[in-house]
Each structure stands twice: as structure tokens, then as C-alpha cells.
Ligand binder design. Structure first.
Ligand code: ATP
Length: 318
């Protein structure tokens, strides 16, 4: 049993998972109202638009625990808002995952799209110190990521899933990612052309790559369950990498994409993996598509680092 949630703020995205977030928020409100000893008082606030979750979390120093209810997007916003709160006043993060992708939830072992089960896990959970990734680009954009940052074709695929969700597709999770993958890859004619880059890992000598895929992960999956960095874990003080070291022919790229569903792509000679604390990437010819926890980010040059043990997380007891 954890030491209690204390004063609790639920920040809920009613639009998450094609609108399921609204009903999930009601169920959580009912649960906390009828189990008064679960918290030292709670408030529920619904977001109305992108950005609200970050703002609400930024102003949450009076609470002990913030429960982010929704998908990876709202968890990303709440984590970023919490990082603006002074560390000695920063509330703990808990999640009730109601999303289409739920990659962060999968990483920490939280029940997905089952709000009461997820609440049960929180109430019986244990505190863990969660690492975050931090990224800053040459456009001046910067922020933290809880799960994933990637460049290249896979980022284009992830961003396409966001557009297709906004267009009310009924697909979810890895099916959505797979369909966007086939769509994006079918636009590639002949050889997939990469994004030439110069990469410095942990201050070592730089390497030249022609990146089709360059993923920087705090947890193992992206795209609703694709195990791009199968060994990543968000409590180890480092970020895991997966990138191509040669540019395979298109059928090979498609095969690797399919294998990534279960993490078997890492056995390919075209793929390298790594583990770093800090990374500098410069894209030499053109800006690649880039996604951070499923949202777009822009720039040609990126500084990325792990911020170990940044957030107290109420994680399911394993
Ligand atoms: N009230 C709202 N109406 C519309 N969009 C919102 C609202 N609140 C937040 N958002 C935005 O919706 C986006 C997606 O939300 P969220 O990640 O919670 O759900 P999802 O897309 O269904 O799940 P996942 O990210 O796991 O696939 C976020 O980027 C968030 O900023």
C-alpha cells in the first residue's frame, strides 16, 4: 500500500480515446466521492483544449498527487507542467490511462482503458522516481518527454496517426500505427531516402548516419505497442536508442517495420541500438519529421538528455 494520495487533483481530457475520457472522468469522480478515505480531498478539472493540461499542472503546487486521465498526450502535458513546479513542492504523478496508444501506461504496467482498475493500482501502488527525457531544438522549442522522441519515417507515421485520430478514424493503438505506416511507406518510391545526420552520443566522437529511423526512448514502445527499444526502462537514468546504420531497400524497411511490433527488428544488421545519457543530433540537409510523445517538434539541430529521477510516480506495484 502506498502512503496515500493526499490532496489530489485529477486532470482529465474528456476528448481522449475518441471521447471515452468524459465517461472515465465521471467514474473516477464517483469513485473518489464514495471512497472519501482514498484521498485528503480531491478536485476534478476537465481540459477544454490542447495546452490546458500543462497549465493546470503548472499551477498544482497545492496538491500532493496529480492524476492524469487520458492518453499519452495528456500525460506528456501534465509531466511538462509538473516540471515547472519547484521540486520541493512538486506533486507526484499518477495516471488513469484512457488513450488510443497508451504507450506510457504499457511501460509502467498500468491497466489501460479500465479506469477503476487503474485507480485500484494507484491506491495499492508504490512510489518510484521516474526519469524524463528533455529535448531542445534550434527553433527554441524545448520540453520533457515521458516515453518517446523520434525522427524520420517513424515520426511521420506517428504524426499521421494524430491527424487520422483528429479526423475521427475508429482505429486504435498499434492498428492505427500500422495503417499509417503502410500509408507513409507506400509513398516512398524505390529506395527509402534517409535524413543525413551527424550524431554525438555522450560526448564521444561524432558519427555520420543516413537516418530513416532514429528513436530515443524512455520506455520500450511507441505507436501503440511497437517495441522499438525493447530493453528501455524509465528508472535506469538513461535513454535507449534505435537507429538504422544502413539504408535498406523498401521491402526490407517494410519487413523491419513489421518485426518492430514484437521488437525483433533489433536483430537486423541494418539496425543499431544504444543507451545514452546525452545526445546531440544535427540534420545536415533537411529537417526530418519529428515527434515527441506523439506531438510534432521542429528543427534541424537537437540537444537531448535524460533527467534522471525527475518525477515521483505512483506506479502499479509489479
Ligand atoms: N478537451 C480537449 N479537447 C480536444 N483535445 C484536447 C482536449 N484536452 C487535451 N486535448 C489534446 O488531445 C490530444 C490527445 O489527447 P490524449 O493523448 O489524452 O488522448 P489520445 O490521443 O486518445 O491517446 P494517445 O495519446 O495515448 O494515443 C493531446 O495532445 C491534448 O493536448
Amino acid at each position: 500500500m502506498n502512503e496515500g494520495l493526499g490532496r489530489t487533483l485529477v486532470i482529465a481530457n474528456p476528448a481522449a480515446h475518441s471521447g471515452d475520457g468524459a465517461a472515465a472522468a465521471e467514474r473516477v469522480e464517483k469513485f473518489f466521492s464514495s471512497h472519501a478515505n482514498a484521498t485528503d480531498g480531491f478536485e476534478l478539472r476537465l481540459t477544454q483544449a490542447p495546452g490546458d493540461g500543462m497549465r493546470m499542472a503548472r499551477e498544482s503546487a497545492d496538491f500532493d498527487t496529480i492524476v492524469a486521465l487520458g492518453g499519452d498526450g495528456i500525460i506528456h502535458e501534465v509531466a511538462n507542467g509538473l516540471m515547472s513546479v519547484a521540486s520541493r513542492e512538486r506533486p507526484a504523478l499518477a495516471v488513469v490511462p484512457v488513450g488510443s496508444g497508451n504507450d506510457f501506461a504499457r511501460t509502467i504496467g498500468a491497466a489501460t482503458n479500465e479506469p477503476i482498475a487503474a485507480l485500484g493500482q494507484i491506491l495499492c501502488g508504490r512510489r518510484r522516481e521516474l526519469d524524463l527525457g528533455h529535448v531542445a531544438s534550434d527553433t527554441g522549442e524545448s520540453g520533457y518527454f515521458v516515453q518517446t522522441l523520434s525522427f524520420g519515417l517513424d515520426a511521420a507515421i506517428a504524426l499521421d496517426t494524430t491527424d487520422r485520430r483528429a479526423a475521427q478514424t475508429h482505429q486504435k493503438g498499434s492498428g492505427l500505427f500500422a495503417t499509417s505506416g503502410v500509408k507513409i511507406l507506400s509513398k516512398v518510391r524505390g529506395e527509402a531516402s534517409g535524413y543525413p545526420s551527424r550524431v554525438t552520443m555522450d560526448g564521444e566522437k561524432d558519427v555520420r548516419l543516413n537516418s530513416i529511423v532514429f528513436a530515443v526512448q524512455n520506455g520500450p514502445t511507441y505507436g501503440g505497442g511497437f517495441r522499438i527499444c525493447p530493453d528501455a526502462e524509465p528508472y535506469d537514468g538513461s535513454l535507449d536508442l534505435c537507429y538504422n546504420v544502413s539504408v535498406p531497400a523498401l521491402p526490407h524497411v517494410l519487413a523491419l517495420f513489421a518485426l518492430a511490433r514484437t521488437g525483433r527488428h533489433v536483430r537486423s544488421r541494418a539496425i543499431a541500438t544504444g543507451r545514452v545519457r546525452q545526445l546531440h543530433i544535427e540534420f545536415l540537409e533537411r529537417e526530418p519529421p519529428c515527434q515527441v510523445d506523439g506531438e510534432p517538434l521542429h528543427g534541424r539541430t537537437y540537444d537531448i538528455e535524460v533527467r534522471p529521477r525527475s518525477l515521483a510516480l505512483v506506479a502499479p506495484a509489479q
